[in-house]
Design a protein around this ligand. Sequence first.
Ligand code: C2E
Ligand code: CA
Ligand code: CA
Ligand code: CA
Length: 274
Amino acid sequence: AKENGRKQYIIYADEFGENVYEKFEITNDFYDALDKEQFKLNYQPQVDLHSGKIVGVEALIRWQHPTKGVISPAKFIPVAEETGLIIPLGSWILRKACLDRKQWLEAGIQDIRVAVNISMKQFQQENFVETVLSILEETGLDPTYLELEITESIAMNKHQDVIKKLTLLREKQIYVSIDDFGTGYSSLSYLKELPINQLKVDQSFVQGIDHGNYQILQSIITLAQAMQLSVVAEGVETEKQAQRLKEFKCSIAQGYLYYKPMPVEDLLPVLKSI
Ligand code: C2E
Ligand code: CA
Ligand code: CA
Ligand code: CA
């Protein structure tokens, strides 16, 4: 552990099982990482399936650890959630994404939105909406360029609170997507009441196409259309999947077939070329 005079977190073995040591290390290195700018945002473009045009980019965080190399968010976001460190990290992510989007605007890139993943703890903060609005104000980004991705499980929790927050965000023209759709247990009547813009179909349903399992995927796309929501297919890797998605009238795709997540330096030339 570092002797940096800051709060140390004690993590009990029975909470985390055998990965306890690793989680402990991640937590202790975390403060340093925020200070030393070891976090980076990569961006993955989303394309219109028919025109091939880029319609948005999703920000995906990476931790460039000094000794462990690049650590996946799948590993450290859950730890950040458990310890509460997601709050300062989440604000950092939002601010960085807004600043980056502003730069692309100054470079003449119009229309596209930047999508930011929001974790459960972050969304449930009482002042979540105020935090988002103050970051927009501070960075000077027009709210119409910002999209927030909240998972289906966040959206299905604490109904009234979720509706209240989403309504405030929508009033400011911030775009709202439900991430990993199809993996939670959405009540459809409940979904209908949410002021949202878009569903992102979980990649497991896209991969199902390869095994002839596309009934759920097709139903989700139909459902989105019936509710007048935009729909993004995630994790599109093959032409065959893209073809099927077009047949199902899915409008937007994201995946390695089109673009991998890339560092911010590489994105601007891509945005300029289209
Ligand atoms: P997610 O939001 O569902 O992000 C999609 C994940 O799929 C990303 O993994 C992306 O790199 C990956 N992906 C994109 N295209 C393809 C493809 O064609 N095939 C396959 N197999 N995978 C593809 P990544 O970047 O490792 O992120 C994993 C998860 O970590 C994200 O899942 C999200 O839940 C979380 N995460 C990432 N960045 C952030 C962040 O800034 N904030 C928060 N709260 N969570 C984040
Ligand atoms: Ca996402
Ligand atoms: Ca997702
Ligand atoms: Ca996911």
